[in-house]
Every structure is written in C-alpha cells, then in structure tokens.
Design a protein around this ligand. Structure first.
Ligand code: ITT
Ligand code: NA
Length: 199
C-alpha cells in the first residue's frame, strides 16, 4: 500500500521515514516529488491543522491515493506566537532556512533567556481520496539560543534548545530529536489512525 508524504521539504521527509517506520507502519512511502506534475497547494489556512489538511487533500485528490501532510513551525512567546504558520517564509523567500533563522535572532536581539521561550508545533494530517480526513498535533517546548549551534536537522533546529536538554535540536542525533519532537509526537499519534483507515 502506497502512502504519499505530501511535502517537498527534504528535512521533513527524512524524519517522517524514520518516525513512521519506528511506529511499525509497513507502507510504500513516497514524497510529493514523485508527482512533479501536481502543483503545490496555496497554504491559505489560518492554523497548522488547516494547512496540513489542505496539503494532504490536494495530493489525495490528485493521485487517488492516501496522503499525509505536515504543517509545522516555530512559535515564539515574546513575539505572540510568530513566526508560527509563516515560519517557512519569515524572511520573505519560502524555504530560505538561514535567512529565516538570522532574521528571527535579529528580532530577538539580546532579550534575556527567561524571555526566550518558544515551541515547535506540528500538525499531521491524513486524507483519503474519498474525502476522509484526520489531523493531530504535537509540540516541543524549549528556549531560543542567542547563536546557532549544531549541524543536524534543518530549519530553526540550531537555535531551539528543548526543555530538559542542554544542547540544541541540531546537536541531537536524528533518533534523539524524533523521540521528543513535535513531528515525532504528531506522527506517532497519527500512525494507528493510518493503520486503521488503510486496513
Ligand atoms: P511543505 O509545505 O512542502 O511540507 P515547507 O518547508 O513549506 O514544506 P511548512 O510550511 O510546514 O513546510 O514550514 C515549516 C517551517 O517550520 C520551515 O521553515 C521549517 O524550517 C520550520 N520547521 C518545522 N519543523 C521544524 C523542525 O523540526 N526543525 C526546525 N525547523 C522546523
Ligand atoms: Na506552512
């Protein structure tokens, strides 16, 4: 049984393969890049859950196959939850991880550590060609560093230090990150739902 990973983000795809395999799903996982003719959907939702559902439905409808999607981002308390759903294009160009991270650090300036609370959020959505949908969410709380540290992961990983750890997400191994991450939590919750609905 094929399950489409409705994302073109290479960092997400790597993590999703590991998370879903560890959850015991024995499916033929293919990224959205396997369907280059299907255009990206406009992320017009006002929440991670809405955007994840938009992305999952777009692929499921266009291919006639079940699809899961991830919409995620970094929510900074002192910025009222920003960048939030705008995390991928915070500095203007979609997917420019370094520019996004640099702008965010500049906006925080030297605000003290006790005011640098933030969390990653992930909505994991499943859509079937018949319109059936499910969506669940996961979070990882932490604190934002003043400087990027570490080379693992992607996106804002070098600046988020997860609660209870003294390293950034980019210094964790992939397995360590997946065990505590927003994406790990969301997709471990979704896995039994996928198993049930795909039989
Ligand atoms: P798709 O829509 O194709 O899935 P995308 O990169 O556009 O890819 P999003 O709109 O969900 O995906 O944006 C996610 C943003 O949040 C992106 O800028 C990431 O850098 C950031 N982000 C999400 N999860 C992250 C993680 O685990 N570590 C670091 N940054 C993360
Ligand atoms: Na998004």
């Amino acid at each position: 049984q094929r399950l489409i990973l409705a994302t073109r983000n290479a960092g997400k795809i790597t993590e999703l393969h590991a998370i879903l395999a560890d959850a015991g799903l024995d499916l033929d996982l293919v990224g959205a890049d396997a369907y280059p003719e299907i255009p990206d959907v406009k992320e017009t939702g006002v929440s991670f859950a809405e955007n994840a559902l938009l992305k999952a439905h777009a692929l499921a409808q266009a291919t006639g196959l079940p699809a899961v999607a991830d919409d995620s981002g970094l929510c900074v308390d002192v910025l009222g939850g920003a960048p939030g759903i705008f995390s991928a294009r915070w500095a203007g160009t979609h997917g420019d991880d370094k520019a996004n991270l640099d702008l965010l650090l500049a906006q925080l300036g030297d605000i003290a550590d006790e005011h640098r609370a933030a969390h990653f959020a992930c909505a994991a959505a499943l859509a079937l060609p018949d319109g059936t949908e499910r969506v669940v969410e996961g979070r990882m709380e932490g604190t934002l560093r003043h400087e990027p540290t570490g080379t693992n992961g992607f996106g804002y990983d070098p600046i988020l230090q997860p609660a209870g750890h003294d390293v950034t997400c980019a210094e964790l191994t992939p397995a360590e990150k997946n065990a505590i991450s927003h994406r790990g939590k969301a997709f471990r919750s979704l896995a039994p739902v996928v198993r049930e609905l795909l039989g």
